[in-house]
Each structure stands twice: as structure tokens, then as C-alpha cells.
Design a protein around this ligand. Structure first.
Ligand code: AMP
Length: 440
């Protein structure tokens, strides 16, 4: 469906044109009509599906349809999001969609002085993007009044739930008028999310863009069985072999992230890190460098990387599998966005077999195993296909989306050859690694 079918104002259509969007994504098609009707919504969509425009464009149109001058300290539309990185990103994206409109859009989040943020909302704001904790502070100190809020979006509501922000979000919602519209967006559909949706929303409409908890259709999933000790060597070898560029690597802990960064720096791979111990400025710089392709590898832990929109990201590597399958869905939400193909690569050691089984159950198919020569696991440790998915009907139908596209990725990588010095030689070479293997 084309955007023009939605009856958007010329200023919105012009912004869509500058974004280069030709037609709506599935989540946009299904969300916008109901959003325009003013209905409460629960939308199950991951980052990368075009969900921001799905709520932002109807929100902007509503403000055009009913022009109101916002009173000092008041807010017309509210977007709650779990992290400050997401808040900054949303401010930018929504600002882009509103570039030809005269609306005041601001963002407030923790980690910076409250007084400066209070100033932003002093004269009233048309759209306020906020993290729940910081907004609660502003509400309690009576620097923001939410009684005139017409629309509330809870972006990444499942994350807010996981991070313990829902109580703050609920008390914020309690400050708004009864007749406001609430749109709840979550990547996963857990029982807790279901409960929350039914508690918060009134006569709501549910939008499911793909199968519940499924990963983006365009993502190719592969896994390398490998022992935990050999993961670093395997990563360096594969980086060289496939010439992966702009790869986002998830580790489970900050320590692992630091160790990996140290090793990558030793072998002169341009890389950066994004985790909770790093300052806001360091994280922002790391992300900017990654987006502008100044660095090849961005290492991140779950919390720090949540929901980041990194355009054109081809590769996401799970250096460790997340414990919760929902986190796998979130992690790989950064690749295969808005119709582009992406690659979700996982390193799986025998201890992670359980986590793998849970993930395969959620994505509804077996992840293709790739056995890298020299990294074989001893017979008893070989990660077997899980019997779980043999019982599911969905394996065949989803097979396409979980197969590897190695041919394509090779040709793509060939184009990206940077002519850099051999990584393996810088890393000490295969000989070294074989020696290490013998010593284990
Ligand atoms: P989001 O899920 O909102 O983070 O959007 C993910 C990516 O999809 C962003 O880079 C958007 O610019 C892009 N996008 C959003 N809507 C469309 C569309 N209709 N056509 C093409 N790309 C889109």
C-alpha cells in the first residue's frame, strides 16, 4: 500500500519522500489505519520493521487535524522508551518525519541534569520522548503536567517490563486523561506482556506482523558449534575469511566484551565497545563511528544495544547465546531490517545447547550448523539437532528463512574487500591456534 492512500498531509508525504520510502511496510499497513481511528493498539513488531513511522505518522496527522496550541508545561503526545539511546534516536527519527511541520518535539532522559531538561518542557511540548524514570521525576516535581496528553506510545514495552520500568510507566499513564489513546509496541508476546496489554489498554486492537516471537523473515540464521575457549580464534578467522564489515557482536558480559575488544585492538581491527560501564559520550561516539563505517566491529552487551537502529546492518554475531530466546529476537532485530536481508550468526558451545533449543523453538526452525575446520568439538560434545523442532510443523515452512545464503554473502563480501593485512597473521596464525588446541 502506498502512503498516499492514508490521506496524510502534504508535509508528511514530503517527509516520507525525503526518507525514500516507496510503500508501507507490513506493520505500517496494519497499524496506521487503526491508529488513525484513535484505537488503543497492541503491536507485536520488532525494531527494523518500520514501527516508528507506524506510530509517528498517525500521531503527526492527528495533531494537524486538531490544531491546538499547547499550554506551558503540558504535553500533547508522549512516547515512552526504555533507554536514553533509544530516546535520542526516536527524537531524531520523529523529528525527521516532522521536518516540514511546526511542532515542538523534545526528549528527556536520565544521566543528565534535571534542570536542563525541565527547561525543555517549560513552554509546552507537542511530542515528548521520555524514559519513564526521568519523566516521573519531572512529573513529581511538577515541572511537567500530563493531563492534556492525547496519545501515548510505549515503545519496546517488553523491554520496559524486563528492566522494571513498568511501574513508573503505569504511574505516568495514571496522570493522563481517561480518553487518551495508548499504543503498545513490543517485539515479543510473553504472558507478562499479554497481562500488561489487557491491563493498560481499552477495547484494543492487536496487530501481529509476523508469527508471534518470530524473527524477521529476511534474516538468515547460522550457527558455528565451537568450544567457549576457541570462540575468539574462530571470530578472528571468520572475520578474515568472510571479510565481515560493520558487524555487531553481542557478548553476555561486560568482561567478555572488554576481553574481545582488547584482542581485536591487538590485531588492529577497528572496533569499539558499547556497554553499561561506558559513559554516554563514549557510547554515542562508538555508535556514530560504527554507523559511519569508521569501525568494523561494534561489541555490545544486551542492555547497551537495545533497540538501536543501525541502518543497513548485514551481520549480527551472538558471541554467546542469550539465555532468553526473546533476547535473541531482540538482538537480531538489528539486521534484516525493512526488507533488507541480514545474517544472524551464533557461536554455540556445548554448554549453550539448552539456550539454542529454546531459541529454535521460538523461531520455529532449526538453525543451520556450519562446521569450521579446526574447531571440531569432541564427539560427546557435538551439538546435536534438537528433537524439539522435529515435532513442530513449522520447520518446513520456515526453512527458507533459516537457511544460509553463503553464496550471496560471499559475493557481497568480495565487494567489500578492504585489502587489509591478514588478520590471522596478525593474530599469530593458524599454527599458533593449532598449538593452543593441542595444549587444551
Ligand atoms: P524502525 O523499525 O522504525 O526502527 O525502522 C527501521 C528502518 O526501516 C529505518 O531505517 C527506517 O528508516 C526504515 N523504514 C521505515 N519505514 C520504511 C518504509 N516504508 N520503507 C522503507 N524503509 C522504511
Amino acid at each position: 500500500m502506498k502512503f498516499s492512500a492514508m490521506g496524510f498531509a502534504p508535509e508528511i508525504l514530503a517527509a516520507i519522500e525525503t526518507s525514500g520510502y516507496v510503500k508501507m511496510t507490513p506493520v505500517q499497513e496494519q497499524t496506521m489505519v487503526e491508529a488513525r481511528r484513535g484505537r488503543d493498539l497492541w503491536v507485536n513488531a520488532q525494531t527494523g520493521t518500520g514501527k516508528t513511522a507506524a506510530f509517528a505518522l498517525p500521531m503527526l496527522q492527528q495533531m494537524i487535524d486538531v490544531p491546538i496550541t499547547v499550554i506551558a508545561g503540558h504535553v500533547r503526545c508522549l512516547i515512552l522508551t526504555p533507554t536514553r539511546e533509544l530516546a535520542e534516536q526516536l527524537l531524531q527519527t520523529v523529528g525527521h518525519y516532522a521536518q516540514f511541520l511546526d511542532f515542538k518535539i523534545e526528549a528527556v532522559f536520565g544521566g543528565v541534569k534535571l534542570s536542563g531538561q525541565a527547561n525543555k518542557v517549560k513552554k509546552g511540548v507537542d511530542i515528548l520522548v521520555a524514559t519513564p524514570g526521568r519523566l516521573s521525576e519531572l512529573v513529581i516535581s511538577k515541572q511537567v503536567n500530563l493531563s492534556a496528553v492525547e496519545t501515548i506510545v510505549l515503545d519496546e514495552a517488553d523491554r520496559m517490563l524486563d528492566m522494571g520500568f513498568i511501574a513508573a510507566a503505569e504511574s505516568i499513564i495514571a496522570q493522563t486523561a481517561e480518553n487518551r489513546q495508548i499504543m503498545l509496541f513490543s517485539a515479543t508476546t510473553t504472558a507478562a506482556m499479554n497481562e500488561l496489554a489487557h491491563k493498560m489498554l481499552k477495547n484494543h486492537c492487536e496487530v501481529r506482523v509476523s508469527k508471534a516471537n518470530a524473527t524477521a523473515e529476511t534474516v538468515e540464521h547460522v550457527m558455528y558449534p565451537v568450544s567457549e575457549e576457541q570462540k575468539m580464534d574462530l571470530f578472528l578467522e571468520l572475520l578474515e575469511q568472510h571479510n565481515w564489515y560493520q558487524i555487531l557482536v553481542f557478548t553476555s558480559t561486560k568482561r567478555q566484551a572488554d576481553q574481545l575488544l582488547k584482542r581485536l585492538k591487538e590485531v588492529q581491527i577497528p572496533s569499539a565497545i558499547c556497554h553499561g560501564d561506558k559513559s554516554q559520550g563514549t557510547r554515542r561516539r562508538a555508535l556514530a563511528d560504527f554507523k559511519s563505517a569508521k569501525i568494523q566491529v561494534l561489541i555490545a552487551t544486551e542492555v547497551a544495544a537495545r533497540g538501536l537502529d543501525i541502518e543497513g546492518l548485514d551481520y549480527v554475531l551472538n558471541y554467546n547465546l542469550p539465555y532468553l530466546p526473546e533476547d535473541y529476537v531482540h538482538r537480531i532485530g538489528r539486521t534484516g531490517r525493512a526488507g533488507k536481508s541480514g545474517h544472524a550468526i551464533s557461536f554455540v558451545c556445548p554448554e549453550e545447547t539448552r539456550a539454542l533449543q529454546r531459541i529454535e523453538r521460538v523461531i520455529g526452525g532449526e538453525i543451520k550448523r556450519i562446521y569450521q575446520r579446526g574447531y571440531d568439538l569432541p564427539g560427546r560434545d557435538v551439538i546435536k539437532s534438537t528433537p524439539l523442532h522435529k515435532n513442530t510443523n513449522s520447520v518446513k515452512s520456515t526453512k527458507k528463512s533459516v537457511n544460509t545464503k553463503s553464496k550471496n554473502s560471499k559475493s557481497k563480501n568480495a565487494k567489500r574487500k578492504t585489502g587489509k593485512k591478514s588478520i590471522a597473521s596478525r593474530a599469530g596464525g593458524k599454527k599458533n591456534r593449532r598449538a593452543q588446541k593441542k595444549n587444551r
